[in-house]
Design a protein around this ligand. Structure first.
Ligand SMILES: Nc1nc2c(ncn2[C@@H]2O[C@H](COP(=O)(O)OP(=O)(O)OP(=O)(O)O)[C@@H](O)[C@H]2O)c(=O)[nH]1
Length: 363
């Protein structure tokens, strides 16, 4: 049952850009709900009000919403939205001004149109938004100020009152639903933005900005509690030659695999990031220099053993030099620690690369 509901929600999303998928899903949800509400009204006309004629007209108009699903299915998304709102307006107009009278309260459904339009149309589709919203407002005013002295279906006042109340209940539900969908959409976009702002796009690990934010916090905590924190600064060796010899895509693959070595390191609360082109940093809380050096060497060996192939299936050798330092005085901030690790890194490079060096105060 639920899987069927989800497949209806996903009609027409295949192959669409992620930025569009949300709105397509929302149209599917609203269209499905419109169909359900319409179905409830039809059942009400048949079984409670005994107005078969109204039920028949309702079923015929409801066909328009099935057509909207077809348009979505064939990826005609703009046409689907236009058709959806056109049918909503037509449906409301006919029921308020032809079949029933304004006593049914059907014209209060026009309130939902500008809200739906806001949810479903893109920001740039401002003209369409305006057209449907203004049309809904004008049709509402027309219905409110026009008597329909000769309705096709004459309802008594008790029946009109039932319909009137149903309109308000459905309106309330629709407003809550729309606000929920809207806030969920905003929340999702916010999470996406935070992810984009903190993640390195190539490797999927944290980026430089995030490293500085989280690393600084971690270091403040470590200094406050007089705990050691060790910083490993990694720089791939002769990476320019890898790019030059095998191409940029092989270079990228090296970066991705190195990042996954760092990410897979089993160390609680580590902060690991790509902070430059071929430069990575790893901050380890509750870790003294000896242990830091052991971990750095383990990582160095793991990277040395990576099996990276170029397109001719030749194994590409990728090694790294690592500089290690720690918060010796419990005073250092992240910038100071990075400078120390950088000095150690240069020592590792100068001594032949593919090695670990640790910072010492005495050079
Ligand atoms: N493939 C790829 N290369 C990158 C990326 N970012 C930076 N680089 C390359 O990394 C290389 C860094 O080269 P260098 O700074 O000369 O360092 P190196 O060749 O590794 O030499 P040493 O560090 O001295 O061992 C440059 O050629 C950059 O173009 C990236 O995202 N992908």
């Amino acid at each position: 049952m639920f899987s069927r509901f989800y497949s209806i929600m996903d009609v027409g999303i295949q192959g669409e850009l992620p930025s569009k998928v949300e709105k397509i899903r929302m149209l599917n949800v609203l269209n499905l709900l419109t169909l359900l509400v319409s179905f409830v009204y039809t059942a009400n006309y048949v079984f409670i009000l005994k107005e078969d004629c109204a039920a028949l007209y309702n079923v015929m108009l409801t066909g328009g919403f099935v057509f909207v699903f077809l348009l979505s299915y064939f990826h005609c998304h703009k046409a689907a939205k236009i058709t959806y709102f056109s049918f909503v307006l037509l449906h409301l107009f006919l029921f308020t001004n032809l079949f029933f009278t304004k006593e049914s309260g059907f014209h209060f459904y026009y309130f939902l149109v500008p809200m739906g339009v806001l949810l479903l149309f893109e920001l740039k589709e401002i003209i369409l938004k305006m057209i449907f919203s203004v049309a809904a407002a004008l049709l509402f005013l027309y219905s409110e100020n026009t008597l329909n002295p000769d309705p096709l279906i004459i309802l008594n006042s008790a029946t009109n009152h039932i319909l009137y109340q149903s309109v308000f209940l459905v309106n309330m539900f629709a407003i809550v639903l729309a606000l929920t969908l809207f806030s969920k959409q905003i929340e999702k976009h916010e999470l996406e933005l935070v992810k984009q702002a903190t993640t390195d796009i190539l490797t999927g690990i944290k980026n430089r900005r995030c490293f500085f934010e989280e690393g600084e916090q971690l270091l403040i905590e470590a200094n406050k509690t007089k705990q050691s924190a060790t910083l490993l600064l990694l720089d791939l060796d002769f990476f320019k030659s890898i790019n030059d010899k095998y191409g940029h895509s092989v270079g990228d693959e090296c970066l991705v695999q190195v990042a996954s070595v760092l990410q897979s390191l089993d160390f609680k609360n580590k902060v690991c990031a790509r902070i430059g082109g071929e430069e990575f940093a790893l901050l380890l809380p509750h870790c003294g220099p000896q242990r830091g050096i052991l971990i750095a060497d383990k990582i160095r060996v793991q990277i040395e053993r990576l099996v990276i192939m170029n397109k001719n299936e030749n194994v590409v050798k990728c090694t790294t030099s690592i500089g290690v330092s720690y918060n010796m005085t419990n005073q250092e901030n992240l910038k100071a620690l990075l400078e120390k690790s950088d000095i150690a890194l240069y020592e590792a490079k100068d001594n032949g690369r593919n090695r670990v060096a640790s910072y010492s105060e005495h050079g």
